[in-house]
Design a protein around this ligand. Structure first.
Ligand SMILES: NC(=O)c1ccc[n+]([C@@H]2O[C@H](COP(=O)([O-])OP(=O)(O)OC[C@H]3O[C@@H](n4cnc5c(N)ncnc54)[C@H](O)[C@@H]3O)[C@@H](O)[C@H]2O)c1
Length: 259
C-alpha cells in the first residue's frame, strides 16, 4: 500500500536536503517531501543521481549529489548544492547511517575500527551536516532538522553496540540542538523507527533472520514495517503543522516501545 500522506502544496517553495536518500528509508522520505511540494537535494555515497532522476521523472525538482556526509567536504557540498540549485535550504533530514550492512556480533568482537566508522557516519555525519546547513537554515522562515534515530536507542538491543550507541547519541543531539537552535526558529525533531524492511535490510539475510521474528513478536500491530510507514511523520515534522514542536523523537514501530 502506497502511503501518500500530504497535499502537494504543504511544502511548496521549501527545499529539503535528505542524506542517505539514494535508497531505503531516505529515498522514501525524499519522495514524500517531494510529493508535498519540496525541492529535494539527495545526498548519498551511492545512487544519488538515479534517485533524483526518478523524482524528476515524476515532475519534481530534485538534484543528486554523491558525497560522504561524514567528511567536511562532503557535508559542505550539500549546502553548496542546495544554495546553487534552489537558493537555500529549509529542511535537513539526517538519515544516512551505517546500518543495513552491519553484521550482528557480541560487543567484544567489534573492532575499534568498525566502532569508529559507525560513529563517524552516524554521529559525526549529522553533526557536520547540521553545521554545514546552518547558515542556510538560519535564512529560512520555517527551518527544520529531522534526525533519524532508532527504536534500539530506547530498547538497548544486543549485538549492535556501536550502532545502538550511535543512535542514542542522535537522540541526545536532537534534544541539545533543539535548545541551541530554538532562538533561530529552527525546529529539531527525531524519528525512531522500529525494524523496517528497507531494500538494504532485505539484502542482509543475517539481519533479517535475527531481527524480523522478534520484531514482529514484540509489536502490537502484527505486520512487517516498511519505509512508507515513516512518511506521514517525516512530512509532519517538516511542515507547518509541527510549528511548535521541537526536541522530540517520535517512535514509529507498530507499538513495540511506548515512549
Ligand atoms: N531499517 C531499519 O530497520 C531501521 C530502523 C531504525 C532506524 N533506521 C535508520 O534509518 C535510516 C535509514 O535506514 P535504511 O534501512 O534505509 O538504511 P540503509 O543502510 O539501507 O541505507 C542507508 C543509506 O545511507 C547511505 N550512506 C551510508 N553511509 C553514508 C555516507 N557516509 N555518506 C552518504 N550516504 C551514506 C547508504 O548508501 C544508504 O543509501 C538510518 O539512519 C538507519 O539507522 C533504520
Amino acid at each position: 500500500m502506497k502511503n501518500t500522506p500530504e497535499t502537494p502544496t504543504k511544502l511548496a517553495g521549501k527545499t529539503a536536503v535528505v542524506t542517505g536518500a539514494g535508497s531505503g528509508i531516505g529515498r522514501a522520505i525524499a519522495g514524500a517531501l517531494s510529493a508535498a511540494g519540496a525541492n529535494i537535494v539527495i545526498a548519498d555515497l551511492h545512487h544519488a543521481d538515479a534517485a533524483a532522476q526518478s523524482l524528476r521523472n515524476n515532475g519534481a525538482h530534485a538534484v543528486g549529489i554523491t558525497a560522504d556526509i561524514a567528511s567536511e567536504t562532503g557535508s559542505l557540498a550539500l549546502a553548496e548544492t542546495a544554495q546553487r540549485e534552489f537558493g537555500g535550504a529549509d529542511i535537513l533530514v539526517n538519515n544516512a547511517a551505517i546500518f543495513s550492512s552491519l553484521i550482528p556480533k557480541p560487543f567484544e568482537e567489534i573492532s575499534a575500527e568498525e566502532w569508529r566508522r559507525v560513529m563517524e557516519v552516524n554521529t559525526l555525519g549529522p553533526f557536520l551536516c547540521c553545521k554545514a546547513l546552518l547558515p542556510l537554515l538560519k535564512q529560512s522562515n520555517a527551518a527544520r532538522i529531522i534526525n533519524i534515530s532508532s527504536g534500539v536507542a530506547f530498547k538497548g538491543n544486543p549485538l549492535y553496540l556501536h550502532y545502538v550507541a550511535s543512535k542514542g547519541a542522535v537522540l541526545s543531539m536532537t534534544r541539545s540542538l533543539a535548545r541551541e537552535l530554538g532562538a533561530y526558529g529552527i525546529l529539531v525533531n527525531g524519528i525512531a523507527p522500529g525494524f523496517t524492511l528497507s531494500e538494504g535490510v532485505q539484502a542482509n539475510a543475517a539481519l533479517v533472520a535475527g531481527a524480523r521474528g522478534p520484531s514482529l513478536a514484540g509489536r502490537v500491530l502484527n505486520r512487517d514495517m516498511y519505509p512508507d510507514d515513516l512518511l506521514g511523520a517525516a512530512v509532519f515534522f517538516a511542515g507547518p503543522d509541527a510549528g511548535f514542536i521541537t526536541g522530540q523523537t517520535l517512535v514509529i514501530d507498530g507499538g513495540a516501545y511506548f515512549h
